[in-house]
Design a protein. Structure first.
Length: 247
């Protein structure tokens, strides 16, 4: 029988959380309330065609937990230039194609909004999938965060450095023989994002040995699934086939 023991805490207090200027702190409003979140999460975890046939009897589901996690939202302006070599195939005799090198390159100017984690010690890496448009942000001083709130452990300076590095790397094509890219932070904000997290243990026919822990993470602002882990589709469908054909 699957264990019904409590799950590990999603959020733990930090001894020395990063201090951030209150003028840089914002929140995404919660728009998906508990009942709606449970319906969406149940549809993801229990409504899948490839769910195990014994999911309801061999799993222990935790009630969805509301957590606000901090992310850094950076507006980055970048300018770059590169020279590279590509190839095109030119038909020749006997239906053979000969690769011909062709120079490529040019300038690349862009403005990018990049979201990176402000809390490293969180079980689920959802920052790259967070959508936090400027017009939706509410100053943290005017927001009410219910549920659990995770404190930031990534300093602003580190987030700025990582954001600039990511943008500069994205502007260097793999075929470039020379590339130059410069990027600078135009603005940055610490944004608290609401998440509904549901974890479950499953110890049925779709896991090969001991019980495993699975999860669904739902964006509490938009109702999108940001992260999910479920029992193996192959083992789940194999179990259903065995039941169907009496194996």
């Amino acid at each position: 029988m699957v264990s019904r023991a409590p799950f590990a805490p999603l959020v733990t207090r930090l001894e020395k959380p990063v201090q951030v200027d209150k003028d840089l702190c914002f929140a995404m409003p919660l728009s998906v309330e508990a009942d709606a979140a449970k319906r969406l999460i149940d549809a993801e975890a229990k409504g899948r065609i490839a769910r195990p046939a014994d999911l309801e009897t061999a799993a222990f589901f935790e009630a969805p937990v509301l957590v606000h996690i901090p992310v850094w939202r950076a507006n980055v302006h970048a300018e770059g230039f590169h020279i590279g070599i590509s190839t095109v195939s030119i038909p020749s005799a006997r239906n053979r194609h000969v690769p011909i090198p062709v120079p490529t390159g040019g300038t690349d100017n862009r403005d990018v909004v990049l979201v990176t984690a402000a809390r490293r010690f969180f079980a689920y890496d959802v920052a790259p999938y967070v959508f936090a448009p400027q017009e939706k942000l509410v100053p943290l001083a005017h927001a009410t965060l219910t549920g659990q709130v995770a404190e930031p452990d990534v300093p602003k300076e580190q987030a700025e450095k990582e954001s600039v590095s990511q943008v500069r790397s994205s502007m260097r094509p793999s075929n470039a023989i020379y590339a130059r890219a410069e990027a600078d932070i135009r603005s940055i904000a610490l944004v608290y994002v609401p998440l509904w997290v549901m974890r479950y243990r499953y110890d049925g026919e779709a896991v090969p040995g001991l019980a495993e822990e699975f999860h669904v993470v739902l964006d509490g602002a938009w109702g999108r699934v940001l992260s999910a882990k479920h029992p193996s589709k192959f083992r789940s469908l194999l179990g259903k086939a065995k039941r169907l054909f009496g194996g």
